[in-house]
Design a protein around this ligand. Structure first.
Ligand code: C6P
Length: 388
């Protein structure tokens, strides 16, 4: 059975071009880039190219910093805990504002600094699943708010947040703004000249790079202490030997992601819409969030009377890989928190499935998925009726 992968918001296939570009850095050019001998120095030109691609990909200025991390979780922890040490612990400010629908690595970092005495405000989303700029405006306080951390696009719904307006508001108010852009890179145009963020994080494996490499953009002039102390790598801002293959692959993955934006916007969107339209014909299926407000690859659907987890297992048995939401929450028995934050009732919140495509998803896979998903829903409904 040919399996179909529709869980690209959890991770993506490494683009074969990216894999080829990384290959020499495992067995040939494997030197530590900080070593003085030729094994070390021969890696430098490739790292330079990778950094140039990372800067170009988000239109960062030469003076800005892009710190290579192991993943977005690390970058997000570094920003939130870093701001605690930079501005909150020394009592310059005492508040962070985020949202109820951030990824757990943001929410749990916020809870951690809350336990150290910081005030954290978790903004709600509106019925459309979006954080209103007005609600942010009501809550910010230039004397108190050290940081606003709001994602660019949600990993479960795909809903895109008004980060440009929110970052501009914070800039005017003298408040630092961080965005988790994990689900935006490769799906939307991400331009840090146009959107005045101070910090932006991403993970290579969400845009066809490898797992274990990520990036943290820090605007020129903004100070943040390291999370990892040690050697002088990344100018002392992130100690630890850099994942050279990961960085070199991430650079190319970023370049390809940007080159493919038009394809993503047209073709991936067309396939996503085809799948969505087809599953919406099934009674009791509802898709969260308006299409035009979502990233082009994502569907989060609730299916009345069908438990999300049961559907995932049935789909998996029939060759379709989907998820109930965030991969890292897959072992939780709690209802989907994004649904709850959107005011969707508890019962329906257990019925979510997320389907996420990539530029490697084919039309033939979508056509087969439609048949398989429809049959699975029918089968599970039949089982639940016949067992009542
Ligand atoms: N979301 C999902 O299934 P890492 O694991 O550090 O590479 O990425 C963390 C992360 C941070 N922010 C957002 C918005 C994300 O979507 C993710 C990863 C996956 O939705 C795995 S939990």
């Amino acid at each position: 059975m040919e399996r179909i992968y529709l869980d690209n918001n959890a991770t993506t296939i490494v683009d074969p071009k990216v894999k080829d570009a990384m290959e020499p850095f495992f067995n040939q050019m494997y030197g530590n880039p900080n070593s003085l001998h030729s094994f070390g120095s021969e890696v430098h030109p490739y790292m330079r190219i990778a950094f140039d691609r990372l800067y170009a990909g988000i239109n960062a200025a030469d003076e800005d910093d892009i710190i290579v991390t192991s993943c977005a979780t690390e970058g997000n922890n570094m920003v939130i805990k870093g701001i605690y040490y930079e501005l909150i612990r020394n009592k310059k400010k005492n508040q962070i504002i985020t949202t109820k629908v951030e990824h757990p690595c943001v929410i749990h970092s916020c809870r951690f600094i809350e336990s150290l005495g910081t005030e954290v405000i978790y903004l709600p989303v509106n019925r459309d699943g979006i954080v209103d700029v007005d609600i942010l405006r009501e809550h910010i306080d230039p004397d108190k708010t050290a940081l606003v951390s709001i994602m660019w696009a949600n990993n479960e719904t795909g809903l895109i947040f008004p980060v440009k307006e929110m970052a501009s508001l914070c800039r005017e108010s003298g408040i630092l703004f961080h965005t988790d852009a994990v689900q935006a890179i490769g799906k939307l145009n991400v331009d840090v000249q146009d959107v005045p963020v101070d910090f932006l994080t991403y993970s290579a494996h969400k845009f066809h790079g490898m797992k274990g490499a990520g990036g943290l953009f820090v605007r020129n002039g903004v100070r943040i202490p390291p999370l990892l102390h040690g050697g002088e790598q990344m100018g002392g801002k992130r100690a630890g030997t850099v994942n050279t293959a990961g960085l070199i692959g991430m650079g190319l993955a970023m370049e390809l992601a940007v080159k493919n934006l038009e394809y993503e916007e047209k073709e991936v969107r067309r396939l996503r819409d085809k799948l969505e339209t087809a599953i919406l014909t099934v009674k009791g299926v509802n898709v969260i969030g308006k299409r035009e407000m979502r990233t082009p690859n994502t569907i989060l659907a609730s299916i009345k009377g069908v438990e999300g987890e049961a559907l995932i297992w049935d789909l998996n048995k029939n060759g379709v890989a989907a998820s109930t939401g965030s991969a890292c929450a897959s072992e939780s028995l709690e209802p989907n928190p994004t649904f709850l934050a959107m005011g969707i009732d508890n019962e329906l919140a257990h019925t979510g499935i997320r389907l996420s495509l990539s530029r490697f998803t084919t039309e033939e896979e979508i056509d087969r998925s439609i048949q398989i998903i429809k049959k699975s829903i029918e089968r599970l409904r039949y089982i639940s009726i016949s067992t009542v």
